[in-house]
Design a protein around this ligand. Sequence first.
Ligand code: MF3
Ligand code: CO
Length: 251
Amino acid sequence: MIELKSAKDRDKMRKAGRVVAEVLQILKAECRPGMSTLEMDAIADREIRSRGAVPVFKGYRGYPASVCVSVNHEVVHGIPGPRRLRPQDLVSLDLGATVQGFVGDAALSFFLEEAPDEEALRLLTVTEESLYKGIRMAVPGGHLGDISHAVQEHVEQHGFSIVRDFVGHGIGRQMHEEPQVPNYGPAGRGILLKSGLALAIEPMVNMGGHDVDVLDDGWTVVSRDGSLSAHFEHTIFLDETGPEILTAIRP
Ligand code: MF3
Ligand code: CO
């Protein structure tokens, strides 16, 4: 069952989304070469809680941290640990927070100090662009597949691969609600998009092939061919006026 949200629910989701955006921005600004990903988790946990929010990842199916830090060929769900970041690392941060019973979820990728080459930088640009192409299709009267298709088309046009084994999702009182939001598939298919729908759209894009593996820690997803991988995610809310990005980073 897909739960449509009221304007009151949306207001709470705005608050959760704002916390997520603020903390992601802080993490991106604070992380530097030599910092361990465990230190980043400590910052994430502290900054989420200091805003009166609860880290939603921590304890979710046994996940041990408040943020996912996935580096280079790690796609998603990297567990913070003693590993120290290096200047040319591609860092993907994924973070969720609950405020007043509603969840916000977002992710972004960046090179710590500099990209190793132009192609790597293009991976980030194209992945982020694909997220916005998908968001633009999130309008009442459209189909879920319009979002999926827009994301896939943009990514493949540029010669990169959409990860298929993990998808976006409905979001609200729970982090993961119906429907699933794949980043691939035909337009004009899937459920009809309606006012009151809240979605987390999250393209994961590999520079090489789309295949992934899960490491023995049970969480870390890596590209099978070892190629770089990027991840961008926003929580959005749909109404008659179109999509509202609840996790947008505001100046
Ligand atoms: N954004 C991810 C998702 O929607 C984050 C989940 S990480 C977990 O699935 F640790 F909470 F599982
Ligand atoms: Co998500």
